[in-house]
Design a protein around this ligand. Structure first.
Ligand SMILES: *Cc1c(COP(=O)(O)O)cnc(C)c1O
Length: 225
């Protein structure tokens, strides 16, 4: 990025909003039906504050502990912050996650369903819940196998949880569109209206294929250390 203005978080934010609007228009979708999650993992509060000042309110983190360290202080000044957990969740952190996050994108196994159901019952609240799908069947990646998804959703409902949507991270270095299309199909098949898909490198494609939540880090904050 040659233009020094490109390093201004407000400028980057406006640019991404405009790209989302363009992609939505191409797909005959309304831009307001796409929620931009600013993924601030590894970012210090100093880097986050300018984005809040520019009007961004929805943020994503991938570790419970890091979010606990950063967000309570920021939320004291901005009560309308919406916090999304986009990383893997250990069952023993379920209660902490339910207390802190407004949305959890990583329900991927029965043991976590049980832990989240207990935590939500105790807390008397349930964050917006996404089942994460291992959409490329990659052994090293989190997410539930496609074949196991109906059971996971059914068990979650049986435990009193409402699963609103699906989330995926397609294989890196492959064309993401077929994976986004597949996630949309799986969501349709399971009657789920919400789709969390698309990151810095592919969010326009995701928006054209029905993303309701895009998770953007690098394009907003620059490369992570
Ligand atoms: C880090 C991360 C993102 C953001 O990735 P960028 O490529 O930096 O936009 C999105 N989703 C998940 C699950 C992540 O871990």
């Amino acid at each position: 990025m040659a233009d020094s203005e490109d390093h201004n978080p407000a400028t980057r934010l406006a640019e991404i909003h405009s790209r989302i609007a363009h992609a939505a228009a191409l797909a005959r979708r309304r831009p307001e039906d796409v929620a931009l999650i600013a993924v601030s993992k590894n970012c210090a509060a100093d880097a986050i504050v300018p984005l809040i000042a520019a009007g961004q309110r929805r943020f994503g983190e991938n570790r419970v502990q890091e979010a606990q360290d950063k967000w309570p202080a920021l939320r004291e000044r901005h009560a309308d912050i919406e916090l999304h957990l986009v990383g893997q969740l250990q069952s023993n952190k379920a209660a902490d996650a339910v207390a802190l996050f407004d949305a959890i994108h990583s329900l991927d196994r029965p043991s976590l369903t049980a832990a989240l159901a207990r935590a939500c019952e105790r807390a008397g609240r349930q964050p917006l819940l996404f089942a994460q799908v291992n959409i490329g069947a990659e052994p090293q990646k989190g997410g539930c196998a496609i074949a196991a998804l109906p059971t996971l959703i059914e068990e979650a409902r049986g435990a009193g949880l409402t699963v609103s949507g699906l989330m995926c991270v397609p294989p890196t270095a492959l064309e993401p569109a077929p994976y986004f299309a597949l996630l949309g199909e799986l969501a349709d098949r399971n009657g789920l209206p919400v789709r969390s898909m698309g990151m810095s490198g592919d969010y326009e494609t995701a928006v054209m294929l029905g993303a309701t939540h895009v998770r953007i880090g690098t394009a907003l904050f620059g490369a992570r250390a």
